[in-house]
Design a protein around this ligand. Structure first.
Ligand code: SF4
Length: 326
């Protein structure tokens, strides 16, 4: 099959757009979607200058998504020094898994020559995910603990590095799965919270504004969210990027797995489903945000660590306390 843009051999066919693309045009199209998203979401404000650049912290796990995002951002901003990139990796304490992906992060950041920091749950909280899974005092999935600790570290270090934005490598499939999970769980408040804490994950928002988000939160952005997962993987492969492809041994989010299967089937039978889910979800989340805004709870400081919380203690401190008690 030929590329629809030249006579080269096509390496992929996107059923949702009908396009066949060769390696060169496919890679260019992924990069273009990321840059369009950055532009549409106004991630780079007009007043950013070489003398006073923006600092963007990128969560770099070493998996394909964050590696591809870091690579594309670096290629973009080496020619535009109004943005300083800092890659932040988190070691959760998962034997035989995270060491390898941290190696991938080191290889990438050394090649790109960007600042790279690694933080571990052991240093920060005195825990390792392997032990958390073993003890499991709340009888929860590993990711439910891990997500809380990861979010805390990302926010804390983004603040420490004086970051203007916190970027993560969520792709289109991740976002559509989360949207469906929120629908199925009837979790409208969560939709509105995601809207408030993110820059531009939703159409029509002026992200140069910080919406009505509390000042305590550094705005988050997901510039890869228009690119389907398989295309991210193909891009990483074609560009020979040092992405670590092995799955975490504790990845046991059963519900997400079911939603993922459902989404694969829907996309297979009705190409473009992921895009339309996100278009509708974004509109709905904006409405939910407006509806909840008036009655929103006050953000306070956790009595233990000072993190923003609506209760006396934040979720991370609650979890750490029960883990200590085991
Ligand atoms: Fe943590 Fe779950 Fe990711 Fe494993 S899959 S690193 S447990 S969030």
């Amino acid at each position: 099959m030929e590329c629809d843009k030249c006579s080269g051999e096509a390496v992929m066919h996107a059923a949702y757009s009908g396009l066949h693309m060769c390696e060169e045009h496919f890679c260019a199209s992924v990069e273009k979607r990321v840059l369009s998203r950055i532009r549409e979401d106004n991630l780079l404000p007009n007043d950013a200058t070489v003398e006073d650049p923006e600092t963007w912290v990128v969560g770099l796990s070493g998996g394909k998504d964050s590696v591809v995002l870091t690579q594309i951002l670096d290629e973009t901003f080496t020619q535009d020094p109004r943005v300083e990139l800092i890659a932040l990796s988190i070691h959760e304490g998962i034997e035989g898994y995270r060491d390898k992906s941290i190696e991938a992060c080191e290889e990438l950041t050394e090649t790109l020559d960007i600042r790279h920091e690694t933080v571990s749950y052991a240093e920060e909280f005195g825990i390792e995910m392997d032990d958390v899974v073993e003890d499991d005092p709340h009888n929860m999935a590993a990711c439910a603990y891990c997500g809380v600790f990861r979010r805390d570290i990302l926010s804390q270090y983004a603040e420490e590095f004086d970051a203007d934005k916190l970027l993560t490598g969520h792709n289109l499939d991740d976002e559509a799965e989360t949207a469906l999970m929120n629908f199925f769980e009837g979790n409208i408040r969560k939709m509105s919270q995601q809207f408030d804490s993110s820059i531009g994950p939703f159409d029509g928002a002026d992200s140069s504004q910080t919406r009505d988000e509390p000042e305590e939160f550094i705005p988050r952005a997901k510039p890869l969210r228009d690119v389907p997962e398989k295309e991210v993987a193909l891009y990483a492969h074609l560009r020979d990027l040092p992405a670590h492809m092995t799955e975490c041994p504790h990845a046991d989010e059963a519900f997400r797995g079911e939603v993922q299967e459902l989404l694969y089937e829907l996309e297979e039978n009705h190409p473009g489903t992921r895009h339309s889910i996100m278009a509708g979800y974004e509109e709905l989340a904006g409405l939910a945000s407006a509806a909840y805004r008036d009655g929103s709870e006050d953000i306070d400081e956790c009595e233990n660590c000072g993190s923003p919380t609506t209760g006396e203690f934040c979720r991370k401190c609650d979890l750490l306390e029960t883990l200590e008690a085991v």
